[in-house]
Design a protein around this ligand. Structure first.
Ligand code: B1M
Length: 235
């Protein structure tokens, strides 16, 4: 009986209009419902939507709403991880299609937790939020030393280098990376964003980073702003 009631409450996504379905997908992303996001993405593609349109209007917009509520303390880490997981379910379908159509990501980010530090929950959230904002993210994982950062920058040629640190003992390593970029005359090639609980704006400025991001939502907003500013300068 209980099962019947649950089934009666379920929404038939395929019966919704495009507009209703997109709004429903925003709700489902918010609620971290990966199966529904997978289904909604499949339905929109089946109705002739291009992968970029599905990404922008259904997924990225949904994650933008999640990001705002995370920033404002309405959503918390476990909920955002579920949303990010649901986003990944949609991205899994869209990623190969986007590659086929040659749709360009907003930009590329190489990200890692610095040497000596194994905290990665925040860094992973940042990576997911950046993906949600349309960035291609190359995640180097934890305990990343300067050689690994340099190797990844050389290989992937990102727009942005992102570093995370959760320990007061590891945050100075960010300066080692930035100083090495300076020493190799590579600093101007990349915009550097940093974050992690013990950091603040003063520290970011002191080590020569381009931006300090207090949380994952701010990181995604900041990355978009930095890209837009650089493109405006180049135009
Ligand atoms: Co550790 N740990 N930990 N820990 N740990 C802290 C950081 C600590 C504050 C706990 C405490 O003592 N109160 C303390 C640091 C003290 C200090 O340095 N002043 C600490 C310590 C001491 C340690 C060990 C040394 C403990 C020991 O072994 N004696 C050890 C260190 C190991 C190492 O790294 N070498 C250690 C180990 C661990 C675990 C492995 C058990 C585990 C990590 C699991 C994992 O990450 N996979 C762990 C955890 C979970 C924590 C706490 C409890 C939670 C961290 C977390 O995930 N927060 C933490 C206490 C705390 O912060 N309350 C603590 C949630 C996460 C979403 O937030 O990471 O801040 P956060 O990320 C945010 C922002 O900071 C920002 O956006 C994120 C999302 O909004 N952000 C960025 C982060 N990176 C960013 C990058 C950006 C932009 C924004 O751009 C690139």
């Amino acid at each position: 009986m209980a099962e019947v009631e649950v089934l009666e409450d379920e929404i038939d996504l395929s019966a919704l209009s495009d507009e209703e379905l997109v709004i429903q997908m925003h709700d489902d992303l918010y609620d971290g419902l990966a199966d529904e996001i997978f289904e909604g993405t499949t339905i929109l593609l089946g109705r002739g939507w291009g992968p970029s349109k599905v990404l922008d209007e259904a997924l990225v917009e949904g994650m933008r709403i999640v990001g705002i509520d995370f920033r404002d303390g309405i959503l918390f880490v476990p909920e955002v991880l579920l949303s990010a997981n649901a986003m990944k379910a949609g991205m899994g379908i869209l990623r190969p299609l986007l590659a086929e159509t040659g749709a360009l990501p907003v930009g590329k980010v190489v990200i890692g937790t610095v040497k000596g530090d194994i905290h990665d929950i925040g860094k992973n959230l940042v990576g997911m939020m950046l993906e949600g904002a349309g960035f291609e993210v190359i995640d180097l994982g934890i305990n990343t030393d300067v050689e690994e950062f340099l190797g990844a920058l050389d290989e992937h040629k990102p727009d942005i280098l992102g570093m995370s640190a959760l320990l007061t003992t590891t945050m100075p390593y960010m300066k080692v990376v930035i100083d090495t970029l300076e020493a190799k005359s590579l600093r101007s090639e990349y915009m550097v964003i940093v974050g992690g609980a013990p950091l603040n704006l003063e520290f970011a400025e002191a080590i020569g980073a381009d931006a300090y991001c207090r949380d994952a939502a701010v990181a995604a907003e900041t990355a978009k702003r930095l890209i837009a500013e650089r493109r405006a300068l180049a135009a």
